[in-house]
Every structure is written in structure tokens, then in C-alpha cells.
Design a protein around this ligand. Structure first.
Ligand code: GDD
Ligand code: MG
Length: 355
């Protein structure tokens, strides 16, 4: 089976990490995020993937080449971003499948444990035009909300609505009949969520929902990105691409962790990174060459390449861009983000939220 992987987004919610690296290539549990998706696609029987690229397009081929994880790879780039639907149509140029064959379409920021083979089987069995993987979330307003009837047929698709009629959402993995892709306007900006799906439904084409609510995560926000990495390291979702055994921490080659440091909760310590004695690092990502000094505490945070956390500093839910530096004693909490190269001077007086 062939697949199209949508990886052209700018990943704005993950800035500053995505300034230098597109979201799907950010190191996650020790490897590029996409490595986990490629390994899972291979296990589901996908033999060839066309990457639909736009933002920093050249970096994808440089990262994965012509074949990775047993999957043959091809790359199609958009001169200007064509939206999700336009990107699918554009990438379909490189497909080799026949008009009635099923094509898998994957959003490039989803970690999902669902049974792709079962989704394809439902699609083929129902002779559907499109079959969407659907799952349930607590707050559906940030997603595409999807209603279905008693037979599993999709009756409505509402992208990012304030008044969601259900908690059932589009999980970002579709099976398209090849000829249904060819029905999308060529060379135009099209949203598959706002135009293609509602259009197919209103014109009476068969759009099915494959409902499965196992492990599922969109890693598009800093909080979710850190969580995805942590879950992979701890083995809450299995990945053949993980460079090590599941456990409390993943320490990559050349990293130095003091025996007097506490490092757990699914933390990744990148190549050449260093954690000094008396430091505590929980559920975080230290990219290559990052440094955490003695007595510092880092929780649910991302420390960019070569970025530094000074002695006794506290980071909770923070993002440090590449080469940024937090001087001793500072506290960065609740989603604070430091841009690449920015330095915070040391502080003698520690900020206390209760004062
Ligand atoms: N090539 C290309 N060109 N890719 C694009 C473009 C584009 O113009 N725009 C977005 N993408 C890619 C992104 O890189 C990402 O992999 C995927 O399309 C989805 O874009 P996001 O920006 O992550 O969308 P979202 O998370 O807000 O919403 C989507 O995913 C939800 C599930 O996580 C929608 O499909 C929702 O309906 C869905 O519920
Ligand atoms: Mg997303």
C-alpha cells in the first residue's frame, strides 16, 4: 500500500523549536518524530510513502533519503503551501496505485497506536470513498469534529467549532480511494477538512468512520510534544524506532549524567548533553549538547541544542531554543519560551508566586 505523509506545516505552536527544524523532524525519544510514524506505517503494511512537503522541504530528504524503516520514500514539494487538500492532490502525482486502490494519508504530527490494517479493511469492505480514523477527546474544539450514524457512516465534518456536537474527532489518518484524491482541484489551496470532507458528504459519497480510541496524541503543542516523547521513552506507546529499551530515561551516546542527579519520568538526554550532580530532570527532552547545572530542576520542558540551565534554576513546562541560556536561580514556568541564543542573567532573588 502507498501512503502520503503531510509534513508541510510551519509548526508555529512549537516555536522556537521549529525555527530551525520542521515539527516532524524534531527529536522525540531520541530520533526524528517521523521515524516513529515510518516504523508504524511499515508495520501496517505500507511499502511506499510520498512526503508532501513545503516548509523547509529539503530537510526531509536529507533526513530519510530513499528508504527508511523498510519503506520506499519519495518527496513532492509545494512552491507555496497548498493546504492539506491541495498538498494531498499535489503529492498524488507521485503515486503509482490504480484508481480504485486505497491510499493511506497521514498527518505528520500524530502518534497513534490504532490498527491501520483494520481501518483499511473497513474501508475496502464498505467500498467507501474515504475512511477516517475517529477517536474521542475531552476538548474537541481544537480538532475536526465528526458525527456518524448507526452504520458508521460520517454525517458531518466540522473543523474547529466552538460548539462541538460530539467529542468524536478526526484523528488525522485517512484512507482515500485513489480516484477520490483525483477529484480535488489541482494546484489550488484546498483544506481537506473544511472543503473536501464536507463536499464529499454533501454530495452523497460514502465517507466512513473507523472508531478506535487507543493511544492517540497530536504533538502540535509544546505540552503534547513533551508528553509524546515521554510516553515513547516509557513504552506507553511502542515504537520500533526507539534507540533503546523503554524505561524511566533514555540516555543517548556521549551524554554525561552524574550519578548524583535524578533523571526520570521518560526524560531523553541527547548526545553530548550533560546533567550535573544534585540536578533533577523529570519528563523532559534535552536535545544534543544541552547542559543542566547542579541543583537545577527541569520538569516537562524542552532544552534545545546546546542550551544551558544554570545552577539552582527551575524550569517547569518551559522551552529553551537552541543555544539559549538560563542563568542560575531563575524560574521559568507555565509555557514560557526562550528564543535561540537569548541569555537570562543570574538572579540572586528567586521569584516566588506566593509573595
Ligand atoms: N504539505 C502541506 N502543505 N502540509 C500541510 C499544510 C500545507 O499547506 N498545512 C498543514 N499541513 C500538514 C501539517 O504539517 C500537519 O502534519 C498536518 O498537515 C495537519 O496540520 P496541523 O496544523 O497539525 O492541523 P491541526 O492539528 O490543527 O488539525 C488537523 O489535525 C487534527 C488531529 O490532530 C486536522 O486534520 C483536524 O481535523 C484534526 O482533528
Ligand atoms: Mg496537528
Amino acid at each position: 500500500m502507498e501512503a502520503i505523509l503531510l509534513v508541510g506545516g510551519q509548526g508555529t505552536r512549537l516555536r522556537p523549536l521549529t525555527i530551525s527544524t520542521p515539527k516532524p523532524l524534531l527529536p522525540t525519544a531520541g530520533v526524528a518524530f517521523l521515524a516513529h510514524q515510518l516504523a508504524r506505517a511499515h508495520a501496517a503494511g505500507v511499502t511506499r510513502i510520498v512526503f508532501a512537503t513545503s516548509y523547509r522541504a529539503e530537510m526531509f530528504e536529507a533526513a530519510f533519503g530513499e528508504k527508511a524503516f523498510g519503506v520506499e520514500l519519495d518527496y513532492v514539494s509545494e512552491a507555496r503551501p497548498l493546504g492539506t487538500g491541495g498538498a494531498i492532490r499535489n503529492a498524488a502525482r507521485a503515486l503509482r496505485s490504480e484508481p480504485d486502490d486505497p491510499i493511506l494519508i497521514l498527518n505528520g504530527d500524530i502518534l497513534s497506536g490504532h490498527d491501520v490494517r483494520a481501518q483499511v479493511a473497513l474501508h475496502t469492505g464498505a467500498d467507501a470513498d474515504v475512511t477516517l480514523h475517529l477517536t474521542t477527546v475531552e476538548d474537541p474544539s481544537r480538532y475536526g469534529v465528526v458525527t456518524t450514524d448507526g452504520d458508521g457512516r460520517v454525517t458531518a465534518f466540522l473543523e474547529k467549532t466552538n460548539r462541538p456536537p460530539t467529542k468524536q474527532i478526526n484523528a488525522g489518518c485517512y484512507v482515500f480511494r485513489r480516484s477520490a484524491i483525483d477529484g480535488i482541484a489541482d494546484g489550488e489551496v484546498v483544506s481537506v477538512e473544511r472543503e473536501t470532507f464536507p463536499g464529499l458528504i454533501s454530495s452523497g459519497r460514502l465517507v466512513m468512520g473507523y472508531v478506535e480510541s487507543g493511544y492517540w496524541l497530536d504533538v502540535g503543542t509544546p505540552q503534547a510534544f513533551v508528553r509524546g516523547s515521554r510516553d515513547l521513552v516509557r513504552g506507553e506507546i511502542a515504537s520500533a524506532a526507539m534507540p533503546g529499551e523503554p524505561g524511566e530515561r533514555l540516555v543517548l551516546d556521549g551524554a554525561v549524567v552524574s550519578p548524583r542527579a535524578v533523571v526520570r519520568g521518560g526524560t531523553t538526554v541527547g548526545r553530548g548533553a550533560e546533567i550535573e550532580g544534585g540536578a533533577t530532570v523529570i519528563g523532559s527532552i534535552l536535545q544534543d549538547g544541552a547542559f543542566v547545572a547542579e541543583g537545577a530542576t527541569v520538569r516537562d520542558s524542552v532544552i534545545g541544542r546546546g542550551a544551558r540551565v544554570g545552577a539552582g534554576a527551575l524550569l517547569d513546562g518551559a522551552i529553551l531554543g537552541d543555544g539559549a541560556s538560563v542563568g542560575p536561580g531563575n524560574e521559568l514556568c507555565g509555557g514560557l519560551r526562550l528564543w535561540p541564543g537569548i541569555s537570562l542573567p543570574p538572579t540572586a532573588v528567586r521569584f516566588s508566586p506566593d509573595a
